[in-house]
Design a protein around this ligand. Sequence first.
Ligand code: PMP
Length: 413
Amino acid sequence: MDIFEKLLKHMGPIGEHSERAHGYFAFPKLEGEIGPRMKFRGNEKIVWSLNNYLGLANHPEVRATDAKAAADFGMASPMGARMMSGNTTYHEQLEKELSDYMGKEDTTLLNYGYQGIMSAIDAVCGRRDVIVYDAECHASILDGLRLHPGKRYVFKHNDIEDCEKQLKRATELAKAQGGGILVVTEGVFGMAGDQGKLKEIADLKDKFEFRLLVDDAHGFGTMGKTGAGTGEEQGVQDKIDLLFNTFAKSGASIGAFISGDKAIINYLRYNMRSQIFAKSIPLPIVIGHLKRVQLMRQHPEMKQKLWDNVNKLQEGLKSRGFNIGRTNSPVTPIYLQGDIPEATAMCLDLRENYNIFCSIVVYPVIPKGQIIYRLIPTAAHSDEDIELTLKAFSETKAKLDAKTYQVAEIPVI
Ligand code: PMP
């Protein structure tokens, strides 16, 4: 059998809708400068689906630094992996500044977050070790688990009792095998917006021996007094043994980093396959990161503005009777009831008639009959953006509840 043949018969749970959805619900093209107003199919939309939390993407100093660094060095430089020929003073300076910001001894850069965290898990855990992880961890963590040759135990999302139960099992097994335990969770869960229970998990260190890896992709720059993340927010930054962050969200760039004690970070530096065998982050990106980190630290008003907008949006939704679940971060889900045709029609109405562009999640990603919109407020949104969006959701929800949305056709332009 041709290996491609079976693939093309079943395009996968999302791929099977590709013909109808491509270019609209999947792979849409947002055009113009990154910000709260962008063009979609030629018309301006209020955009709620970009993780540009602090509005850094179009900060004039960021744009100027990125452009100058690209002109000075080009995108090729440095060539090769860090270990071989791809190291520079800028890479090391960025690692130092990030360590200082995160309150950790050392940091190593990761050329991509996804591969980086997979590779960190792979480098830390051998076949005798046991991984205990939250059920709602990001795909990059789950793929890291797939590389793990040993045992893993999942605990129910943010359920500390279950976490403790799994830690008991893990402890017995690790003892019998002569291995250790790595607990993996997130600072902010990207779909529901609830914070991981870092403090409660860290407290379990009194009872069990384990190391804690936290993916704080959504917490970096947005949570904690200085923006150092969810560990800072919950007062347990020092209890996080390995702290993973990405520049793909509030950092408005690409690339990531992992911070911790000097010895373990140095171990990772010399043992993470995704870094040893892959090209180092280009210099213009590293220099751009230095500027971003400087702005994050020197301008707390960006985070304040983000949170003002988060509070306006979330309070506005709650006071209008929307269910936004258990979020305690900027991530703002809206939970509604409806089947796929109604969800599609509502989303179309929001996009075409109210000019609201946001992400929607339906079956098979979540159970049938549920609709989740996910809004990401940023420091760049205006009061008008928020007001128009609240009005649009109120009106479209009324139509959804009145069963007005029946069949949806994607308009042809
Ligand atoms: N972890 C989480 C929780 C994420 O949301 C993402 C996606 N940005 C990643 C890891 C992967 O990071 P990157 O985009 O930098 O590859």
